[in-house]
Design a binder for this molecule. Structure first.
Ligand SMILES: [Ca+2]
Length: 158
């Protein structure tokens, strides 16, 4: 019984430390989410990337206003070899005002300045440059969404 109680307390404390929205789900302008791309992460094709290659990705949704730019950052937060890649599209579907970015924030990190054409719920793909045939491209990341166009936004050193 004592061990069960300890397990519950550990689980509760881990849960209390978990960032809101990590691993996909809703994110707000001004918000952030800590996620992880790993062996259990679902795969799909990525809007804006050619071909039928499947990439592991975590999906976030964000409500944006037409004509109001935002800056997305996807930063590595782990020391593992990991190469973030971002994609976003509008409310209509995967080919609606789609944009992608690989390395604009430096050190393989992604920065994407995005101006919505339509007001509504947009979809963000937090993914990686490489597909997972080699399984060598797993790691932790932080996704942030800030208001305005910030072409010098960079990731903290790790
Ligand atoms: Ca990258």
């Amino acid at each position: 019984m004592k061990q069960v109680m300890i397990a519950v307390l550990v689980a509760m404390s881990v849960g209390a430390c978990a960032p809101v929205g990590g691993g996909g789900g809703p994110i707000t302008v001004g918000g952030m989410a800590d996620g992880f791309i790993g062996f259990l992460t679902p795969e799909s094709t990525i809007p804006g990337r050619s071909g039928t290659t499947q990439y592991r990705r975590e999906l976030y949704t964000v409500s944006l206003t037409a004509g109001m730019p935002v800056t997305l950052l996807m930063c590595r937060t782990s020391v593992e070899r990991f190469d973030p890649y971002l994609a976003i599209h509008g409310p209509v579907g995967p080919m609606d005002n789609v944009e992608t970015n690989d390395d604009s924030a430096g050190d393989y990190n992604s920065r994407l300045i995005y101006t919505p054409m339509t007001t509504g719920v947009h979809t963000i793909y937090a993914t990686t440059f490489s597909s997972f045939s080699s399984n060598s491209n797993n790691g932790a990341y932080r996704l942030t969404v800030t208001a305005g166009a910030n072409p010098t936004a960079t990731c903290p050193a790790i």
